[in-house]
Design a protein around this ligand. Structure first.
Ligand code: PLP
Ligand code: COI
Length: 337
C-alpha cells in the first residue's frame, strides 16, 4: 500500500477493503458473507444497543522476514470469545467458524498486513452483537459475528518506552463478581471517565485496584499488569480482570528463560518492591511503566526511565516469535497462506 506510512501508524482505524460477517438466526449460524461496507444495518431495539449484549476480541497478524503472514494464538481468542458469549447469554460462535472467518478476512486484506520490520501489525477485531429486538431485559434470539481488520502501530504512543499510570479509588472498572473477566463493551465504557482523568494528569492509563477492598492490583487499562523482582515474574490473580493471552504467553516465556513465575493476589504496597513493572496485552504488547501515582495517598512508585532488562528480554522474545525471527517452540503461530 503506497499511501500508508507503516512506521508512523497509530493504533487506530484505517479503512480496508473487506470485512466478513455471519448471522445467527433460528438457532443456527448461516453462511459467511464478505462485505465491503463499513456499515451494519441494525434494528433500533437490538439488544446490543440497549442492554450491552456485545463482546469483542483483538488479535494481531504479522509479516515475517520470509514474507509469510503469521497469526498469533488465534484459538485462545476464539475460546475467550466463546466464554464472553456464554457470560452474557449470547449465541456461542463455533471455533471452526471463528477460524474460517479469520482466515478469510486476512486473505481478503493481505495488502494491509504491514511489511516486516516496520513495528506494525494487522489488528483483527471480531465483534459479536445481539441484533434481535427486545424491549424487556432478555437475551436476543439473533446475533451477528463480524470481523474487520486494520493496520496498527503501538497502542501507547511511546511504543516500547516507559509510561506512567494513575491509581485512583474514585472509579472501578468491574465488580468482583461482574463482567470484568469477559471482553464486553460495558467494561470499557466503565473505564472511560477514569481513563480521561489519567490522560488529563499526563498518565497513559489507570492501574485499577480490586473493587471490593482496594487492597490489591487488578489490571492496567486495556492490559494486564506484571511486576518483576527476585528473578520472578509476578502477575495478579483476580476474577475481575481479563485473562490476557499475552500475559499467559509471557509467563511461559519467563519460565523458558529460567525465571520463576507467580500468579497470585498482588498487594498495592508490593508496588514499592518491584524492580520492573509493566502492562501487557495484544494492543499494548509490553508497555514498561516508569511511574505509578497513587492519587489519594500521594505516593509515587518510581521505576527506571529505560525499559528494564527482563521486560526487554521478554518483549524481544515475544516479538521474535510473532514475526517468525525465532523458532515457534510453543506452537503459537499459524501461517496464513
Ligand atoms: N485486559 C483488558 C481489559 C484488555 O482489554 C486486554 C486486551 O485484550 C487485555 C487485558 C490483554 O489481553 P490479551 O493479551 O489477550 O490481548
Ligand atoms: C487488545 O489488546 O486487543 C485490546 O482489545 C485492547 C483494546 C481495547 C484497545
Amino acid at each position: 500500500m503506497e499511501n500508508i506510512n507503516w512506521e508512523k501508524l497509530p493504533f487506530g482505524y484505517i479503512k480496508t477493503d473487506y470485512n466478513v460477517r455471519c448471522y445467527y438466526k433460528n438457532g443456527k449460524w448461516g453462511q459467511i458473507e464478505v462485505s465491503s461496507s463499513e456499515q451494519i444495518p441494525l434494528h433500533m431495539a437490538a439488544t446490543s444497543l440497549h442492554y450491552g449484549q456485545q463482546a469483542f476480541e483483538g488479535m494481531k497478524a504479522f509479516t515475517g522476514k520470509d514474507g509469510k503472514i503469521r497469526l498469533f494464538r488465534w484459538e485462545e481468542n476464539a475460546k475467550r470469545m466463546q466464554n464472553s458469549a456464554k457470560g452474557i447469554m449470547m449465541a456461542v460462535p463455533p471455533i471452526e467458524l471463528f477460524k474460517k472467518m479469520l482466515t478469510k478476512v486476512i486473505r481478503k486484506n493481505k495488502k494491509y498486513v504491514p511489511p516486516y520490520g516496520k513495528g506494525a501489525s494487522l489488528y483483527i477485531r471480531p465483534l459479536l452483537i445481539g441484533t434481535g429486538p427486545q424491549v424487556g431485559v432478555r437475551p436476543s434470539d439473533e446475533y451477528l459475528l463480524v470481523m474487520f481488520v486494520t493496520p496498527v502501530g503501538p497502542y501507547f504512543k511511546k511504543g516500547f518506552s516507559p509510561v506512567s499510570m494513575l491509581i485512583t479509588r474514585e472509579f472501578d472498572r468491574a465488580a468482583p463478581q461482574g463482567t470484568g473477566k469477559y471482553k464486553v463493551g460495558g467494561n470499557y465504557a466503565a473505564s472511560l471517565t477514569s481513563m480521561k482523568k489519567a490522560h488529563d494528569g499526563g498518565h497513559a492509563n489507570v492501574l485499577y485496584l480490586d473493587a471490593k477492598e482496594k487492597k490489591y492490583i487488578d489490571e492496567c487499562g486495556p492490559a494486564n499488569f506484571f511486576g518483576i523482582k527476585n528473578n520472578t515474574y509476578i502477575t495478579p490473580k483476580s476474577d475481575s480482570i481479563l485473562p490476557s493471552i499475552t500475559n499467559r504467553s509471557l509467563i511461559t516465556l519467563a519460565e523458558h528463560l529460567g525465571l520463576k513465575t507467580e500468579r497470585r493476589p498482588v498487594l498495592l504496597e508490593e508496588l514499592s518492591s518491584f524492580d520492573e513493572v509493566g502492562a501487557c496485552g495484544t494492543a499494548a504488547v509490553i508497555s514498561p511503566i516508569n511511574k505509578i501515582t497513587d492519587k489519594e495517598t500521594g505516593i509515587d512508585y518510581t521505576y527506571g526511565n529505560e525499559p528494564g532488562k527482563i521486560s526487554t528480554m521478554l518483549y524481544n522474545k515475544l516479538i521474535s516469535i510473532q514475526t517468525g525471527d525465532e523458532e515457534d517452540l510453543f506452537g503459537w503461530v499459524e501461517i496464513i497462506e
